[in-house]
Design a protein around this ligand. Structure first.
Ligand SMILES: NC(=O)c1ccc[n+]([C@@H]2O[C@H](COP(=O)([O-])OP(=O)(O)OC[C@H]3O[C@@H](n4cnc5c(N)ncnc54)[C@H](O)[C@@H]3O)[C@@H](O)[C@H]2O)c1
Length: 354
């Protein structure tokens, strides 16, 4: 195993991290997945990798300095990719503290321990070492005009977005102050298999399957850019291998800007074709409009010309293709999300200030 580059991947039992773990194992990396196994994780997600000879798992918190220090000393990674975070905006409105703890303090502790580890590497090892932090388009806030480039100012609205913005800034300071070999990617909304069913697309699929209402926040006209998760993890690996140190890269979907209302309509159309309710009724009839999220950003949009121009990466999956694959996956893998429901997950409305 010693010939394989060693990746420490945090948050690998969550949605995007698990796809990245699978891709890296496929590419011959040795992977240590460090995950706290919060409510958002599922050990079933990486069942197919559990016995892979290059896969290792360690439960723990990125904000535990002693634990991180000894993990780095033992595993000796050649790169670290940080996915670990609290990620649901509505939960951050109800309870910001875990977001500050994991996303800001956690990213800081992980980077700080990684810097101490990096300082002890040989010059050759230093040359190759990378710390890649996964961030979000939400740090830029709502986008009224042209999609945001990497140079746009940060203007986060929700406690989640603010916690991700703060972490990005702390990490950027590590590059400027300590020449810590940092890369950051800011991506748009991901979708695909294994996404926790509190997020819009899986939530709507699962509710539709149960004949429940499909609640759209406010007018439903908020616009998001949708990035198929398998495209995303390929882009992340590309940045890890080819990105310029200290740089940030935007990652977005293939013409992925769509309103939430249209997303739900498309899900309903796919379900109508695959699993009709009755000849007369469409899943669209289940759509309802509910009170909007406080501080809801109207539109997110990223300009991803930099990653295309400088690294030659582009997304491959159209929204229609990715969404069809996603709906089919949730229909064929009921046991995955029913197990999450069995552990007590209830899709109650969150994030309303009482
Ligand atoms: N999903 C999206 O659309 C999206 C969009 C932009 C950016 N991102 C970013 O991508 C990353 C991954 O997102 P996701 O959707 O896969 O998230 P997720 O919620 O599905 O998974 C997060 C994982 O991190 C783990 N985790 C949380 N706090 C931890 C801690 N303190 N220590 C160790 N592990 C911890 C959880 O157990 C879970 O397995 C996050 O940093 C998120 O901010 C996600």
């Amino acid at each position: 195993m010693s010939g394989h580059p060693k990746l420490l991947i945090t948050g690998g039992s969550g949605f995007i991290g698990s796809h990245f773990v699978r891709l890296c194992l496929h590419k011959g990396y040795q992977v240590l997945n460090l995950d706290a196994l919060t409510y958002a994780a599922s050990q079933d997600t990486l069942q197919d990798c559990a016995h892979h000879p290059l896969y290792h798992f360690q439960k723990g918190l990125i904000q535990d300095p002693d634990f991180i220090c000894s993990l780095l000393a033992t595993f000796k990674p050649t790169a670290i990719v940080n996915f670990a975070a609290e990620t649901h905006v509505d939960r951050s409105i109800d309870s910001p503290a875990p977001f500050i703890e994991s996303n800001i303090r956690g990213s800081f502790i992980l980077a700080d321990e990684s810097r101490s580890y990096y300082n002890k590497l040989s010059n050759d090892e230093k040359e190759n070492f990378r710390f890649l932090h996964i961030s979000t388009d939400e740090v830029f806030g709502s986008c009224p005009h042209d999609p945001y480039t990497e140079e746009a100012a940060y203007n986060p609205s929700s406690p989640y977005a603010a916690s991700k913005a703060a972490a990005d800034l702390v990490l950027k300071s590590y590059y400027h102050t300590y020449a810590f070999p940092l890369l950051i990617t800011n991506c748009t909304n991901n979708y695909g298999p294994f996404q926790f069913p509190e997020k819009l697309i899986p939530l709507m699929i699962i509710r539709a399957c149960a004949g429940q209402s499909l609640p759209l926040y406010g007018t439903g006209m908020q616009v998001r850019d949708w990035l198929y998760v398998e495209d995303h993890v390929e882009a992340i690996l590309h940045v890890l291998q080819n990105g310029k140190l200290g740089n940030t890269y935007n990652i977005a979907g293939l013409k992925g800007e769509i309103s939430n209302k249209v997303v739900v309509e498309e899900i309903c159309a796919i379900l109508d074709a695959l699993q009709p309710r009755t000849p007369q009724a469409s899943y669209r009839d289940l759509t309802t409009y509910v009170i909007d999220r406080p501080g809801h950003d109207f539109r997110y949009a990223l300009d991803m010309s930099k990653i295309a121009r400088e690294l030659g990466w582009q997304p491959k999956t159209s929204f229609k293709e990715g969404l069809t694959k996603t709906v089919m996956w949730y229909l064929e893998n009921r046991s995955w999300w029913e197990a999450i429901q069995g552990r007590g997950f209830q899709p109650h409305r969150l994030g309303l200030i009482k």
